[in-house]
Design a protein around this ligand. Structure first.
Ligand SMILES: O=P(O)(O)OC[C@H]1O[C@H](O[C@H]2O[C@H](CO)[C@@H](O)[C@H](O)[C@H]2O)[C@H](O)[C@@H](O)[C@@H]1O
Length: 377
């Protein structure tokens, strides 16, 4: 490895406190309703414990259901339910707490005046629509153009649960920064249009590298344990593993949860969290997408800056860690991609990837106009 820094967390001094910024740069909307809520009935997911007996399987099952809302089904349920009015009310309350980033565009643009926007984008469900086959989650050329343009004006990073190589192969833009495996695999190349702040040295940061052999073993064990469940798919994401159940008949979810649980019992150093019809298995280390975002900000020279505005757009539970960091720092803003109300720490929302594309295009157009009228901006 030449001209590349392999960074260990301690060496970077990465801790939430290390990059804390005391100056509120963006006025987060105040939480509405009780319990710090956004006016939405809280549907907290139970902890997915790996030990214990049969009862916990139900907890797993409930989690799998709760973390996999299907828009079509939700809409049908709303239409059929007697409490339609209440549901609609809930939705509009949520929209008030998390207004559309498109309808609030002027406010967002104003807040970024004089500040360097740094763009963080999740991949699945944000840049590409959710599809049955994870290997075919392609982003459109139009979306690729929008992301390419974003990177011309703002340092832009992809932060994904997928392994870094795989997400790079989908995005195929060398001018971006990539954080794969839920932020546990970060690479900052040495050269590129927006890499001036990275001191001309490539950075490779893999805080879970010692877990590689374990992840490999658990991946093989999960493949074996789930091979009799039609539709189940196990994906090796290098520092984490995804067990997909989108194509598994709901009647077999419990059997799948059972199999996964029996494998994970032998791996107390791994934890499990639910995603969109997927069980995500990863090492128990204090590292997540929020920490990855902070790492990138620091590595790019934006730590302790008052004139930076990080924007994080994502659709998944794992993106909440980044939304929380922004909320706690009172800096920048998180945008949740969702058609249905969800508990979130984001302050704005977009409904689907096509809206994400609109938003990126508008931001770039706004930036271009501002540069024309005031080239120093
Ligand atoms: O952090 P992300 O980039 O959003 O990655 C999270 C997981 O995304 C992928 O799974 C999801 O998208 C698939 C394709 O649309 C879909 O089939 C699946 O049901 C979703 O959960 C990816 O395959 C996982 O490895 C990522 O962890």
């Amino acid at each position: 490895m030449t001209n590349q820094n392999v960074v260990v967390p301690e060496a970077m001094g990465i801790a939430v406190a290390a990059v804390a910024n005391p100056t509120p740069l963006f006025p987060y909307p105040q939480p509405r309703g009780g319990g710090g809520g956004l006016g939405v009935r809280r549907k907290c997911l139970p902890q997915l414990e790996l030990g214990g007996t049969g009862g916990r399987i139900n907890v797993w099952l409930e989690s799998m259901k709760a973390s996999s809302p299907t828009h079509g089904k939700a809409v049908a349920a709303v239409a059929a339910a007697p409490a339609v009015a209440e549901e609609l009310d809930e939705h509009s309350t949520w929209v008030m707490g998390n207004p559309s980033a498109l309808s609030m565009f002027e406010e967002i643009a104003n807040a970024s005046k004089g500040k360097q926007i740094v763009m963080f984008l999740d991949y699945d469900g944000t840049l590409s629509p959710i599809v049955d086959d994870p290997d075919r989650a392609f982003m459109s050329d139009a979306m690729r153009d929008a992301v390419r343009e974003s990177a011309r004006y703002f340092p832009t990073a992809i932060v994904s649960g997928r392994c870094r190589d795989k997400v790079y192969n989908f995005v195929r833009l060398a001018e971006l920064y990539y954080a794969g495996s839920h932020g546990m695999d970060i690479k900052i190349p040495a050269k590129g249009p927006s890499f001036k702040k990275a001191n001309g040295k490539a950075v490779l940061f893999q805080p879970a590298s010692k877990f590689l052999p374990m992840i490999d073993k658990v991946y093989k064990a999960l493949l074996e344990a789930t091979k009799f469940i039609p539709g189940a798919k196990v994906e090796n994401n290098k520092f984490c593993v995804s067990v997909h159940f989108r194509c598994v008949d709901e009647k077999r979810w419990s059997a799948l949860a059972d199999q996964v649980k029996s494998v994970l019992k032998q791996y107390p150093k791994l934890r499990l969290s639910p995603g969109r019809k997927v069980l995500e298995i990863r090492p128990i280390i204090k590292w997540d997408k929020g920490k990855a975002m902070e790492f990138l900000l620091e590595a790019l020279g934006f730590a302790n800056c008052n004139d930076v505005l990080p924007v994080y757009i994502g659709d998944d539970r794992t993106d909440e860690d980044a939304f929380k960091v922004l909320r706690n720092r009172e800096q920048g803003f998180g945008i949740l991609v969702s058609k249905i109300p969800k508990e979130t720490s984001a302050c704005y929302s977009l409904q689907e990837p096509s809206e994400v594309m609109d938003f990126l295009q508008r931001l770039v157009a706004w930036k271009r106009r501002s540069l024309k009228s005031c080239p120093k901006m």
